[in-house]
Design a protein. Structure first.
Length: 193
């Protein structure tokens, strides 16, 4: 994919290889925070910032530190440190600028650090040998795909709450069924149906 066009990377990251619905990365925050559209959108915006910045910083860390000193085996550790720093920054800004969103996100905001989608985008940028522009585009598009998936799922969950659902399916079971159907729909973009 190193010669992929920007448009191909965008379509691939948002629809075909959606991090949540096709690659199944970031499922914890996807299921946990997707009960309200506003909260899901707020987490999505935070993820867009963290994933975009992590992609850029990880690119430079890869080129100028890991490869320069031949310490590629420390890649995951380095990327986690970058992601944790970015999440701390987002947490500080949200607490100061948008305290209601900060409260609504609760424990899921610091959990962006351990969101495997964020680490996954940085690692995939290296695996695909993306240049700086491709890394930025892939990181942002993957985060937008994550945001679309989580907001769409939250919207569906809000609509389901007002329906008459059999007692055994209420709550988490219907959420899992809905997530699997949504994932199945996105797998259609891969041509698997």
């Amino acid at each position: 994919m190193e010669n992929a066009s920007v448009l191909t990377i965008v379509i691939s990251a948002i629809l075909v290889n959606n991090f949540v619905l096709s690659r199944f990365l970031g499922i914890c925050s996807f299921v946990g925070i997707s009960q309200k559209v506003e909260t899901a959108f707020g987490l999505g915006l935070a993820d867009i910032f963290v994933m975009a910045m992590a992609g850029v910083i990880a690119y430079f860390a890869e080129i100028y530190i890991l490869q320069q000193f031949n310490i590629e085996y420390l890649r995951v550790v380095m990327y986690i440190l970058i992601i944790a720093s970015l999440v701390q920054f987002v947490e500080i800004v949200l607490k100061k600028v948008m305290p209601s969103l900060y409260q609504a996100l609760g424990i899921f905001l610091p959990l962006i650090t351990t969101n495997c989608a964020v680490l996954g985008v940085a690692l995939l940028n290296v695996q695909y040998s993306f240049n700086l522009l491709q890394s930025v585009v892939h990181s942002v598009a993957a985060a937008v795909g994550f945001t679309i998936a989580i907001v769409l799922f939250a919207f569906i969950r809000e609509k389901i709450e007002s329906n008459d659902i059999p007692e055994p399916f209420k709550g988490f079971p219907i959420a899992l069924i809905t997530a699997s159907l949504l994932s199945f729909a996105f797998l259609g973009f891969q041509g698997m149906i």
